[in-house]
Structure formats: C-alpha cells, structure tokens
Design a protein around this ligand. Structure first.
Ligand SMILES: [Zn+2]
Ligand SMILES: [Zn+2]
Length: 337
C-alpha cells in the first residue's frame, strides 16, 4: 500500500488515502518518485476548468524518478534508469505523433486528468512518454522538464524562434512559468525584460538574469524606451490582462507566444498593427520529448535551475493549493512523496 492524494469532487481539496500497489502493464514501467511539482493547472482542475477530467483521480502530471519495474515489451528502459515523463501519453500513430509534434496529438491522455497522476510515490507510465535523465541533472530540474522548462522551449525556441542577441519580454515573470522563462531566454543568449505585478520580486528576477524588471503600467512605453524598436519575442504567460501591451511591445516581425490564460475573456487583436508590422501571434501547448531532452541538456549545463519556492508534504496538499492560489510562492511548489 502507498498513500495518494485523490481528487473526488470538483471544488473540494484532494484527500489523502491508501492506494493499492500496482504492477506495470505491457509497454509500461513503474517509476519511484521522490517528489513532484504542484502546478497551477492542478488547482484549475480542482476548480472544474477541464471538463474532461474523470473523477476520482490522483492529480499531478510532473513525473520523474527511478525505474523500479518494467512491464512486457519495454525496449528502451531498464530497472535503475532515471527518467522524466511527458505530462501526457501520446497515441504514437497520428500525423502529429509521427512528425515529432506529439504535443498536438488529439488522442493523448493526460496524467492527473484522464490517467491517475503523480501525487503518489509509485506511478505506471508507458515508455512512449519517457526520456532518460542524463547524469548531473538535479531532481527538481528533472521534475519540471516536461511542464515548465520543456514547455517553454516548445513555446520560445520552437514556436517563437528565440535566439542569441534578441530582446525578449516575459510577462508574469515572477510566476512559476515566467521565472523559468527568464532563465531560458538567458540560456540562449537573449536580453530579457521581465514584467511582474509584484514589486518584491524585482531583486529575485535580477538574480535570475533579467536585464530589466518593469511593472505592468505603460509596459509598451517602457519596453520601447529600453529597446528602441520593441522586442523580437514576447512570452505571454498571463493572458488577457497583459496581452495587448505585450503585443504592442513587439518590433516589426516580432512574435508573441501565448502560454497563459488566467481569465477567459477574449482579447481584441488590432489587425492593422498585425499586418503592418508583420507580427505573429502564436499559441503553444505543452512539450515534446525533444523539448524535454533539450531542457535536460540545458539543466545539465547549469543554464537552467529549478526555482524551488516551497516544498510541501503530501499530507499538506490543501495548504499547498491555498498558498499557490494566493500567489505566495516565488518559483515552483513541490510535493514530497
Ligand atoms: Zn504542470
Ligand atoms: Zn497522436
């Protein structure tokens, strides 16, 4: 028996209960985890934002650990390997999966939503979701390789064309996503303007390498003062509250990549600007295994470090959710298993 957090009803905190031990099925491995990430998405799941969630369910999708058992037909992994998992299981057969864009797979099943997730010590994961973790990568860096750093590589590098010497604007830079986006910009040699609505995070962001830290008010004017023509890339981790200013902060040919949507109200897109300046508005979802491998490589080189805000015991999952909901944590929250 192990202990697991189980979400039974929408709008109620997960409960801690016994959970039966499991054996890996065909093509699966059993992973022993020491910790997992607590993601804002988990709180949205509890609040009923994702209608396809099947209850009861073990929440959590940030999976990394050591392989302790392998099922039949597993070919790429053996007992003792360190692994990290995608947050989902792709089908492996559709046009997206076959072209290395498994993040767009329409048939994917997501941990913590349609598959029991990471809020327990042992988890079964199909090998199609796994990558090996190289030696020298820290545990927290391996845990966030799919949902945070790999997701940002998909957004900024693959979709946004992030490269050396560019100007990058990161909105919501004090959050779990934004703070790592600052590091990834620096890892690829870009110059970063970090926007945060929490002035107390300014110094922390400068320590992470932000070249400038600004508040939301008059964002476009401030960005233009710093850069002259605007940024090449804006990483929009907030959504509607900052979108328009981020969009207007782009230079000619610049792109805004949207990964956050804190409120569901649509935005107004000034099509005149979009056309005249040749700007791009790009949505980006999750990560591929290739993105995860790149994130792990940058972690191994010391260019990305997990920003560990706070670690909670599994028993205190309620307290963790409340702290996240109040935005009290700089960086990421983790759950010890
Ligand atoms: Zn996540
Ligand atoms: Zn697929």
């Amino acid at each position: 028996m192990q202990r697991a957090a189980i979400l039974k009803e929408i709008n109620k905190f997960p409960e801690i209960e016994d959970f039966p031990d499991e054996e890996p099925e065909d093509n699966e491995v059993l992973i022993e985890q020491n910790e997992t990430g607590i993601c804002y998405r988990d709180i949205l799941t509890m609040k009923g934002f994702f209608p396809r969630v099947t209850l009861p369910i073990v929440p959590g999708h940030e999976i990394s650990g050591k392989v302790v058992k392998i099922g039949k037909n597993v070919t790429k992994f053996k007992v003792g390997d360190r692994v990290s998992s995608l947050i989902y299981v792709p089908c492996g057969k559709c046009e997206y999966c076959l072209s290395g864009r498994e993040n767009l797979c329409r048939n994917k099943r997501t941990f913590g939503e349609s598959l029991n997730g990471a809020y327990k010590k042992y988890i079964r994961v199909p090998e199609i979701s796994l990558v090996k973790v190289p030696d020298g990568v820290g545990e927290e860096e391996a845990v966030i390789a799919a949902c945070v750093t790999g997701m940002l590589i998909q957004a900024m590098r693959v979709n946004g064309g992030l490269s050396e010497g560019q100007w990058v604007l990161v909105t919501g830079a004090g959050g779990g996503v934004g703070s790592h986006a600052v590091q990834i910009s620096k890892a690829y040699g870009a110059k970063v303007i970090a926007e945060t609505s929490s002035p107390w995070k300014k110094e922390l962001l400068e320590k992470l390498g932000a070249d400038y830290v600004i508040e939301k008010e008059n964002m476009e004017r401030k960005v233009k003062e710093i850069t002259g023509d605007g940024v090449h890339l804006a990483l929009e981790s907030v959504g509607r509250p900052t979108f328009n200013e981020a969009f207007r902060s782009l230079r000619f040919g610049g792109s805004v990549v949207v990964v956050g949507n804190v409120d569901v109200t649509p935005v107004n897109l000034p099509l005149g600007n979009l056309i005249l300046k040749g700007n791009k508005v790009i949505g980006s979802i999750s990560s591929t295994k290739r993105d995860m491998e790149e994130a792990l490589r940058l972690s191994k080189e010391g260019k990305i470090k997990a920003i560990v805000g706070k670690k909670f015991d599994l028993n205190n999952v309620k307290e963790a959710y409340e702290a996240l909901d109040r935005k009290e944590i700089f960086g990421r929250a983790f759950l010890k298993l």
